[in-house]
Design a protein around this ligand. Structure first.
Ligand SMILES: [Zn+2]
Ligand SMILES: [Zn+2]
Length: 118
């Protein structure tokens, strides 16, 4: 287990969470992928140092985010998930096989979302 410190920017209090079906397009707060109308996503209402915020998580990120939260015993803001994954891998090389594919998946979806060729 890594020893990264979850500061006030990355950890949050979860006020509520709900699963929705998108009626209008949204973007995943974690990977930036488009959530198209008709697709499921999870809406989180949370507070961190930046104040209350609504974040949305696509189905691809959700199980990874939940696993990361469980493994570290915190709730992280979805928008800082990729940075925290980097820190975790850097801090504890043993965690690389577990989290590197997750980070790669997020980067991959983000590249696609931005239309950047691989
Ligand atoms: Zn996502
Ligand atoms: Zn870790």
């Amino acid at each position: 287990m890594c020893e990264i410190e979850f500061d006030d920017d990355s950890a949050c209090d979860k006020l509520s969470e709900r699963d929705h079906v998108a009626r209008v397009p949204h973007r995943c707060s974690s990977c930036g992928a488009m959530i198209h109308p008709g697709e499921r996503y999870r809406a989180l209402f949370l507070t961190s140092v930046d104040g209350p915020a609504h974040e949305k998580i696509c189905p691809a990120c959700l199980p990874d985010l939940e696993a990361f939260n469980r493994a570290h015993g915190v709730w992280v803001t979805p928008s800082s998930f990729d940075v925290l994954l980097e820190q975790c891998i850097e801090d504890e090389p043993d965690s690389r096989p577990r989290w590197e594919p997750v980070l790669e998946g997020i980067r991959q979806r983000n590249r696609i979302a931005r239309g950047v060729p691989r």
